[in-house]
Design a protein around this ligand. Structure first.
Ligand SMILES: NC(=O)c1ccc[n+]([C@@H]2O[C@H](COP(=O)([O-])OP(=O)(O)OC[C@H]3O[C@@H](n4cnc5c(N)ncnc54)[C@H](O)[C@@H]3O)[C@@H](O)[C@H]2O)c1
Length: 352
């Protein structure tokens, strides 16, 4: 039984609190927020089921607490997670892991030195639909993957501190790095701040991968329709993942463009003119998904890592650092009106 505490009970914290509270493999011991209104809202729901603290040091000093989940605003991730690791706790941090890749590395190295779990809340890699997508990609059913395209748009929730790149594209970056198992070498981001000066409401992000694959992401909170969609186009098949759909989240399209050899008598003398391009439009398959709340899977994964049942988190600090490095490059490109920014990957950030 892992004793766990959560710091941060604002907009997102209550979701993490509910999942740890409901999980029988851990004991939610305390919740901390410096805002007493946030704590009072929780008290109305949970009563005396756990302790309520306004001072974070009370969590650090409690030797019964073995793990801390940091669900606070992004700039506070580094100091709060660092203090927790230094106090000998396992740490879960909401996405993105920190403000800079260097900060992610500092946390990662501290976790390794103290033999503690450090996991980042890349929620979508714990989403059964994304896991199914990954299985489809790995099975080779799609053939060679050509490109990834995603749309994460809605009207609201308008952010005033962190732009759409850091608030929304962070999810799609974590998805594409997980699916491709490859790190991009070039990033281009283009967008604009229409509502709050300096905070881009709409961002178009392009990633180029060494294998030639492309990724394009459109994120915005200024859009008439709620869309959470990923399209993957492969040489043999294509797949669409619609996160908003209740019963048809994934559709595999047997569609593609086939090259047919017009004269097979002398295959060794093939040149392009001997091929005919044939557009194939076959069946659509809707695989069955056993959908479980991604946060439930994510929280269980953290518990399993902290208690030693799983060796390394699926979204550990190297994955957290990789996502932040792409965000940093995207931010530079955004400030240069979409100018391409190269990413040079340090060896440690590469896949373990
Ligand atoms: N996974 C997702 O889909 C998802 C969605 C939304 C937000 N998030 C992430 O969750 C985190 C929190 O976002 P939010 O929207 O809930 O922010 P928020 O501002 O609504 O809430 C943050 C809370 O942390 C508290 N806090 C900050 N510093 C503190 C400290 N030192 N001690 C005690 N309390 C402190 C604040 O008082 C506030 O109540 C961010 O990292 C964000 O990126 C994740």
């Amino acid at each position: 039984m892992l004793n766990i505490a959560v710091v941060g009970a604002g907009y997102w914290g209550p979701n993490i609190i509910r999942n740890f509270y409901e999980n029988p493999a851990c004991c939610l011991t305390a919740v901390c927020d410096q805002d007493t209104d946030a704590l009072n809202r929780l008290k109305e729901m949970y009563g005396p089921q756990f302790r309520y603290e306004t001072d974070y040091s009370a969590l650090l000093e409690d030797s019964q607490i073995q793990a801390i989940a940091v669900v606070t605003n992004i700039p506070s991730h580094l100091p709060l997670a660092k203090a927790a690791l230094e106090a000998g706790k396992h740490v879960f941090v909401e996405k993105p892991l920190a403000m800079t890749a260097e900060d992610c590395r500092t946390l990662g190295q501290l976790a390794e030195k103290n033999s503690k779990t450090l996991m980042v809340g890349h929620t979508f890699v714990y989403n059964p639909a994304v896991r199914t997508l990954k299985d489809i990609v790995n099975s080779g059913e799609l053939g060679d993957i050509y490109y990834f395209h995603s749309k994460r748009v809605n009207l609201g929730r308008v952010q005033t501190k962190f732009n759409a790149l850091w608030s929304l594209a962070v999810h799609d970056i974590s998805i594409v790095l997980y699916l491709f198992d490859e790190l991009p070498t070039e990033v281009r981001a283009w967008g604009n701040a229409f509502i709050t000066p300096g905070v881009e409401d709409v961002v178009f992000l392009n990633l180029t991968f060494p294998s030639g694959k492309l990724a394009h992401m459109h994120v915005s909170w200024l859009d008439p329709e709620k869309k959470r969609q990923v399209t993957l186009v492969g040489s043999r098949k294509m797949v669409v993942y619609d996160d908003v759909s209740l019963d048809q989240k994934i559709a595999i399209y047997d569609k593609g463009v086939d090259k047919i050899l017009t004269d097979s008598t002398y295959p060794e003398y093939k040149d392009f003119s001997e091929f005919q391009l044939l557009v194939r439009s076959g069946n659509v398959t809707l695989p069955h998904l056993n959908f479980v709340e991604p946060l439930k899977v994510e929280c269980q994964h953290f518990i399993d890592c902290a208690t030693g049942k799983i060796d390394k988190p699926l979204s550990g600090w190297p994955e957290g650092e990789a996502v932040v490095r792409v965000l940093e490059a995207g931010q530079i490109s955004l400030e240069q009106a979409g100018h391409p920014v190269e990413i040079v990957w340090p060896t440690l950030a590469k896949k373990r």
